[in-house]
Design a protein around this ligand. Sequence first.
Ligand code: AKG
Ligand code: FE2
Length: 311
Amino acid sequence: MAIIPEIPTIDLRSYIQPDTSPEQKAKVVDEVKKACSQYGFLQVTGHGVPLANQREVLGSCKSLFDLPQDRKDALSLKNNPARRGYERIGEQILDAKALPDCKEGYYLGREVPLKQLGFLRGPNQWPDLPDEEFHAPVSKYYEHMLRLGGSLLEMLALGLGHDVSVLEAFTKEPVVNLKLLHYPKHISEDPKQFGAGAHTDFGAITILLQQPGKHGLEVYHSSSDAWLSVPAVEDVFVINMGDLVHKWTDGKYSSTVHRVVNASGGDRYSVPCFYQGDLSATNPFKPGDTTETVEQHIKRKFDMSYGLSSK
Ligand SMILES: O=C(O)CCC(=O)C(=O)O
Ligand SMILES: [Fe+2]
């Protein structure tokens, strides 16, 4: 009988905590390296993000998406040059061969003043919700993502045989975006309807928080030609490589195709964090490779999926 492969689960504690030996750290780096090259995906525990904050942020998703449609539309990302804000159900098409995604979303990133406005840089469009229900927990969570993203990038660099200093330019002023997501109950019988159509992520790495028990994420495993379900387990983050890392490592760490079919029988919330990196940086793993900046790469991919002009 064929063995169904599984996305590996790795305990990061020994890498993240200061009081562990170089050997223990190297072991984690090696496990991460293997998962990245075999699957482009991994699940992690021992990440240091407090469970209470994860729960709060999933609560913030509910508060936001429960708002009346006109209040959500007032925050539309289409009116925001930094592409922060709200995306309606059906507004994003992640897989051009499928129907528009059955999800609504909301992007936020580092708060940048209007006078420094640029692609993916600018002020957020905060919803009018009590601070403790939205702004405070989401901002705290954002800081945890910055830290965890930084540690994961270090592990990738070390696994590729580099010193962590190669990441200096890439992590200098990184664009890191959170996306709060809501998948309504899946009712369509059309096989072309997904919560999120099959796609790869645009940036460097993605850190995904799934609402516990609300399964739906599927990862394409090419060597067995199968979709692997990644369960939504409390306190376990799913990490995946994006197109930038794929390109920069010549596919050694693959940006693997994945999709969402909301299998929960009800609403499902999730929060991916897209670590895109410093927009002016080029390949940190090959200093001579200056073919495309992070900004050129992300803009092309992002605008394409929303049918926006990429000038
Ligand atoms: O909601 C999920 O579980 C995954 C979402 C995703 O893949 C994405 O937004 O890129
Ligand atoms: Fe994705």
